[in-house]
Design a protein around this ligand. Structure first.
Ligand SMILES: Nc1ncnc2c1ncn2[C@@H]1O[C@H](COP(=O)(O)OP(=O)(O)O)[C@@H](O)[C@H]1O
Ligand SMILES: [Mg+2]
Length: 270
């Protein structure tokens, strides 16, 4: 895919989200450059998804943006103008992103039509994007309905749609949480490859520090609606400062510490 728009910096600047009188996201700022992966981590309910939704202008009913703006290369811009064209979304549950009664071909065609891509260009673009996303035989797959594909394949299809849109930035909200281990690894490998190949800027929302270690350059830690820590990924793992970062790292290590270093393992082998 060539001819990405030239934008190089996306800024979420001073975003606050409220529901009634409650402030759910409080003055959050995130800067994302092309070619960079920024992870937004935090416990469940800390406001990650609302931040993501505010940036895409898809806040759920009952919540509203009470402060902040988006900037592209320093200039304020409406989220509705960015969505799809400059910023593509990848969601946690790929199945919920697809209408069950439409073939993938219709999804793809309507996505590109909405972006103003000429009819004759749509099929070649989507075929190429599907191949980039590791979906061989695009013509055959496009005839399928969402229920005929696995969650892992639908996730690839969502990534293919993001690529076909040629958006330079991707906001991914827990893109691997609902996938099995093999598809998690595949999806992370794919995102890493695409970042390299197309210089995409990726905002990766996750609570999984394994995903962070695998992909992120920088990490922003969220707690109760606020950013409480921001650091390069190595620094965060070596010297986490916030309680939240320490807890997330400990949770990760307790799950994935190599069994061979566990004294109980040596014990059991004797
Ligand atoms: N539509 C809504 N109305 C009211 N409160 C909401 C709504 N959506 C989310 N919240 C609340 O906002 C907080 C942050 O939610 P969310 O951004 O989804 O957290 P995270 O993605 O970090 O798990 C939570 O306390 C959640 O209950
Ligand atoms: Mg969430």
């Amino acid at each position: 895919m060539s001819a990405l728009p030239p934008s190089t910096t996306l800024e979420i600047a001073g975003i606050s989200v409220e529901a009634g009188h409650e402030r759910l996201v409080d003055d959050v700022s995130i800067t994302l450059e092309r070619g960079e992966v920024v992870a937004l981590v935090g416990a469940s309910g800390s406001g990650k998804s609302l931040t993501w939704a505010a940036a895409l202008d898809t806040l759920p009913g009952g919540t509203r943006l009470s402060a902040g703006e988006l900037r592209l290369d320093g200039a304020p811009v409406a989220a509705s103008r960015l969505r799809g064209r400059v910023v593509a979304a990848i969601m946690q549950n790929p199945r919920s992103a697809f209408n069950p009664v439409r073939t993938l071909e219709r999804h793809a065609d309507e996505t590109l039509k909405a972006l103003g891509v000429a009819r004759r260009e749509r099929a070649p673009r989507i075929h190429q994007a599907m191949r980039e996303a590791g979906l061989a035989e695009p013509a055959r797959l496009l005839k399928l309905y969402p229920f005929e594909m696995s969650g892992g394949m639908l996730q690839r299809m969502m990534i293919a749609l993001a690529l076909a849109s040629q958006a330079p930035f991707i906001l991914a909200d827990e893109p691997t949480t609902d996938l099995d281990t093999i598809h998690q690894r595949d999806t992370l490998d794919l995102l890493a490859t695409l970042r390299q190949r197309f210089g995409l800027g990726l905002l990766l929302i996750t609570h999984d520090m394994g995903v962070v270690a695998r992909l992120a350059d920088r990490v922003m830690v969220m707690d109760r609606g606020r950013i409480v820590e921001s650091a390069p990924v190595d620094t965060l793992f070596e010297r986490p400062e916030s309680a939240v970062a320490r807890e997330l790292i400990e949770a990760h290590l307790s799950l994935y510490a190599p069994i061979a270093t566990d004294p109980a393992f040596d014990e059991a082998r004797r």
